[in-house]
Design a protein around this ligand. Structure first.
Ligand code: PMP
Length: 431
């Protein structure tokens, strides 16, 4: 008998059912068996364990899928090829041979770890080269690299602001900025998302001597773009500082991928502090702050993550450095990215899905409620499509969603398969 006929022929749909990621932890035990007085006897732990265990049992838990290789439009999960629709790899640079080559060379030359924090013995010449390249990219005097974008945001706010100052946030700003504010114990006011008039009103009423406005170049959950020139006018009128988080904008906005200032043709110096991530359009990890030289030198001494957390590892540093060069030398990637984003967004809208205010590669598919998002992700999974369900605390419950990201690596057939899968599972979820 041939081997193939000895193995049970399984229904392909059965093969694709999301697997239990918890090693059977919840099979015989339910979340409410967590003993009173244990470490998990908190409202937050109970709520999460209830959601996760029920989701795992119901087969709608599609988070933490362990990919078997590189990220890309097609990935291997649980032995199956899946279409991946939620990768931050906007320019399709994961797997770029030149970038990987530089990362491998960096490991050979500098090793796998740095053995230190940046301030003491962790700084390599590579870090300085990367910082010079970022400063050139953002047209600033200096840039400083941190081991994640999250830490860069936290570092900036907590080192520069305190209880006597004020941070004014767009209401959709990222958690890392909010956590920086908590650490700084600085008062926070929010203005309505992308609403410069409301920002004006908030500043008129509440501005203090040292007030900073924080916005994102492209908003991570909604995929809309910040109206930077209007924000700049308002903050100038009130003498406030401005910080722009470009985690999703670097490499994506602007003719040469320089980000928001290039997109809108405003001088980089209108923004006091640029922040970006090295884990999205740049296929590495880490984050940076960029601005005036003296400001950066202060942050290298006055911000905790630079002093108390290990330096970015050599492979990521070298990959990021080479990726900046590739962004310059391969501009067609941005053209493909925009075309793919337009096709994906337009196709979903034609099918009747609510893509919110998306005007970038980030395309939300908004549904009403946590379970609706988890179930939609599961239904797509059964069709061979992976799309991340985003639920509270990242977004309000009623705006739970799938968050799709177009990438330059997607080909027409990937977008066609994505749209066919959405058409197949659409049902009542359309607007
Ligand atoms: N800011 C925004 C807007 C983000 O979306 C993210 C990551 N998702 C970060 C900051 C943090 O960046 P990193 O992943 O490099 O820590």
């Amino acid at each position: 008998m041939r081997a193939a006929t000895m193995t049970r022929q399984r229904d392909p749909e059965e093969l694709r059912v999301p697997r239990d990621r918890f090693g059977g932890l919840f099979r015989d035990k339910s979340w409410h068996e967590t003993p009173a007085g244990s470490l998990l006897d908190t409202p937050a732990a109970r709520a999460w364990l209830k959601l996760v265990s029920e989701g795992a049992r119901a087969g709608i838990y599609t988070h933490q899928p362990p990919l078997e290789g590189r990220s890309g439009p097609r990935v291997e999960v649980d032995g199956h090829s899946m279409l991946l629709l939620s990768s931050y790899d906007y320019l399709g640079l994961v797997g770029h041979r030149g970038i990987e080559q530089k990362a491998v060379e960096a490991v050979r030359r500098y090793g796998t770890g740095t053995g230190g924090v940046r301030l003491l013995t962790g700084t390599k010449e590579l870090h300085r080269e990367l910082e010079a390249a970022i400063a050139g990219f953002k047209d600033t005097e200096r840039a400083t690299v941190f081991s994640s974008g999250y830490l860069a945001n936290e570092a900036a706010i907590s080192a520069l602001f305190g209880p006597r100052d004020l941070v004014v946030l767009d209401e959709l700003c990222h958690r890392s900025v909010i956590d920086g504010c908590r650490l700084a114990r600085v008062p926070v006011r929010r203005f309505r998302h992308n609403d410069p008039e409301h920002l004006d009103a908030v500043l008129a009423r509440h501005a203090r001597d040292r007030t900073i406005v924080v916005v994102e170049g492209i908003y991570s959950m909604d995929g809309d773009v910040c109206p930077l020139p209007d924000i700049v006018n308002v903050k100038n009128r009130h003498g406030a500082f401005l910080m722009v988080d470009e985690a999703h904008a670097l490499g994506v906005l602007g003719r040469r991928g320089r980000g928001s200032h290039e997109e809108f043709g405003i001088p980089s110096s209108e923004v006091d502090l640029w922040m970006g991530s090295l884990s999205k359009a740049i296929p590495a990890s880490g984050g940076y702050l960029a601005g005036r030289g003296d400001l950066m030198v202060y942050l290298e001494h006055g911000s905790a993550p630079f002093m108390f957390s290990a330096a970015l590892c050599p492979s990521a540093t070298a990959a990021a450095l080479e990726a900046l060069a590739v962004i310059d030398s391969e501009p067609l990637r941005r053209v493909r990215l925009r075309r793919n984003a337009d096709q994906l967004r337009g196709g979903l809208q034609d099918l009747g899905f609510d893509t919110g205010k998306s005007a970038s590669p980030i395309v939300p598919v908004i549904v009403n409620g946590v379970h609706a998002a988890l179930e939609l992700a599961r239904d797509l999974w059964l069709e061979g499509v992976m799309a991340s369900a985003i639920i509270p605390p990242a977004v309000p419950r009623s705006e739970s969603r799938l968050r799709l990201c177009a990438t330059a690596a997607m080909r027409d057939e990937h977008i066609e398969q994505a749209l066919a899968a959405f058409a197949a599972v659409g049902g009542t979820r359309r607007t």
